[in-house]
Design a protein around this ligand. Structure first.
Ligand code: SIN
Length: 530
């Protein structure tokens, strides 16, 4: 059977801030198909609690935001990219406000209420209480539902991009409702699939964060950079039943302190900025405390602040913790670090353009060089929005440059049969996530990375056999993608013979003389680039 074919000027894969904002900006004149694996609002954006870092305050400056981003990025940021994105901040706030996002204002003077987070030398995080991402996602979803020319396909997952002569013409897509693979033909394809947190056992990311865009781009021949740079958020709620719930860094911005089981505040031992040190330092300090004491979590305490303030400023965290039996106004919160954000990704410029024609990558899927080796808190919504607007602005010129589409041939399932033992897929999922947590976590070593490489090599070969022998399902596709992403992270972690930002290898504990990007492209020798 030939399978259905859907055509549009642009195919957007993913429905977080990146995909929705980009689509809204082009929909007046161009047709857009958005595919999303789950429902529209299931995205990393929805979980962003902190906010969007932007220079708004009178005593702040672009130079200061640029300097903080570069310092926290541990020498790996591309400074031209940083300057350009930071300078676009006020435009982004205006854009999101026009779309209907209501950032919190101070009731006294009606000025924006600016939050403080680790690594920032000034208060500059615009937020909607502690559920900024949820509000942004809901607002954009409403605008998309009213927009002309946008069709959203829920429960649809990209299988592979269709590439000819280094140009992408759309994708094969699994309709998870029907179990069929369909063709989505487009002149431009935008990867906006978010991050890769699900590659690790413990993560703040939603279930959908399986690095699909990065894996598809890699298979299509795009350059992938700096995948070893995985940021671990220091404070995820530690609870047996409530999984993946973040406790925003903004709590520490408002004075919350980290304590061990002996009640002692330990962060001043590690960094002069204590709880507000860059995230990689706080995560490693907690990891060290856990290893030293054998405890399974540390405590984050804000209970000494005024109860009304806590409930008003952090309503979502207050409610969620109450559900878990913890009253944060009275007692400390048990927390652990967990995989949160990948600084690496598909190499893209600040217009989202990759090195494959017709293929764009925006948001966490992309690596523009903005975050360097360690992302400054609340800088990701900013980068995503700037890339989305820039890419939208470039669209007409890009379409002119690329010429007409070509027809995608029907999907060939070969001799694939229904899988007889789906439970094996979940076993392999579990194996990968555990090996990444055990061998490629916050503190790495060369021996552990070799162990990880050997194991992932074996699993990837097995998964390849599964992929060819059995009809594709969402679980199987996600498994194939997390295996690819895990392989990329391990490979690039082995290429980096130093410790920098989020990548710490005990066998190379210092910075190398030169800051370089690691780069892998299918069919080419891996390189490190100054
Ligand atoms: C947080 O609120 O702590 C997370 C925000 C971010 O990752 O930038």
């Amino acid at each position: 059977m030939a399978g259905k074919i859907f055509e549009s000027d642009v195919l957007v894969i993913g429905s977080g801030l990146a995909g929705l904002l980009y689509s809204l900006k082009i929909a007046r004149s161009r047709s857009v198909n958005i595919i999303t694996k789950g429902t529209v609002t299931e995205s990393s954006t929805s979980r962003a609690q902190g906010g969007i870092a932007t220079v708004i305050g009178e005593n702040d400056s672009f130079d200061s935001h640029v300097a903080d981003t570069i310092r926290v990025g541990a020498g790996l940021c591309h400074s031209d990219v940083v300057k350009s994105i930071v300078a676009s901040g006020p435009r982004i706030v205006q854009e999101l406000t026009n779309l209907g996002v209501k950032f919190c204002k101070d009731s006294d003077d009606n000025e924006y209420d600016l939050g403080l987070e680790g690594g920032h030398s000034k208060r500059r995080v615009l937020h909607v209480k502690d559920h900024t991402g949820r509000d942004i996602e809901q607002t954009l979803t409403e605008r998309v539902s009213e927009a002309p020319n946008i069709t959203v396909f829920e429960n649809h997952m990209g299988v592979n991009l269709y590439v000819r002569n280094n140009q992408v013409f759309g994708a094969y897509v699994l309709d998870d409702n029907m179990g069929d693979v369909e063709r989505f033909s487009s002149r431009i394809t935008v990867l906006a699939t978010g991050g890769t947190g699900r590659v690790f056992l413990y993560t703040s990311n939603p279930d959908v964060a399986t690095g699909d865009g990065i894996a598809m781009a890699y298979r299509a021949g795009a350059s992938i950079v700096n995948m070893e740079m995985v940021q671990f958020h220091p404070t995820l709620l530690y609870h047996t039943k409530i999984r993946s719930f973040l406790i925003t860094e903004a709590l520490r911005g408002e004075g919350a302190i980290l304590k061990g089981h002996d009640g002692r505040r330990f962060m001043p031992d590690y960094h002069p900025d204590a709880e507000l040190a860059p995230r990689d330092i706080v995560a490693r300090a907690i990891d060290n405390e856990l290893k030293k004491t054998g405890a399974d979590h540390v405590w984050l305490d804000i209970s000494f602040k005024d109860t009304d303030f806590i409930v008003e400023r952090f309503p979502a965290i207050y409610e969620k913790c109450l559900e878990a039996g913890i009253d944060i106004t009275q007692e400390p919160i048990p927390v652990v670090p967990a995989a949160h954000y990948v600084m690496g990704g598909v190499r893209a410029d600040i217009n989202g353009r990759t090195d494959v024609n017709g293929l764009f990558a925006i948001g966490e899927t992309a690596c523009t060089g903005f975050h360097g080796a360690n992302r400054l808190a609340s800088n990701s919504l900013l980068e995503t929005s700037v890339s989305a607007l820039n890419a939208a602005q470039q669209l007409d010129a890009e379409l002119e440059r690329l010429g007409p589409p070509i027809e995608i041939p029907p999907w060939d399932p070969g001799a694939a049969t229904d899988p007889d033992e789906l439970v094996v897929v979940s076993h392999m999922w579990d194996e990968i996530r555990r090996l990444m947590a055990n061998y490629v976590g916050i503190v790495r070593s060369s021996k552990r990375l070799i162990r990880a490489r050997n194991r992932i090599g074996f699993l990837a070969r097995e998964i390849g056999t599964f992929y060819w022998d059995f009809k594709v399902t969402r679980d199987l596709l996600e498994l194939r993608n997390i295996a690819t992403v895990a392989e990329l992270i391990i490979r690039m972690a082995r290429m980096r013979r130093e410790s920098r930002g989020a990548h710490f290898n005990k066998d190379y504990p210092s910075l190398a003389n030169e800051a370089v990007d690691t780069l892998v492209r299918k069919g080419y020798e891996p390189v490190i680039q100054a």
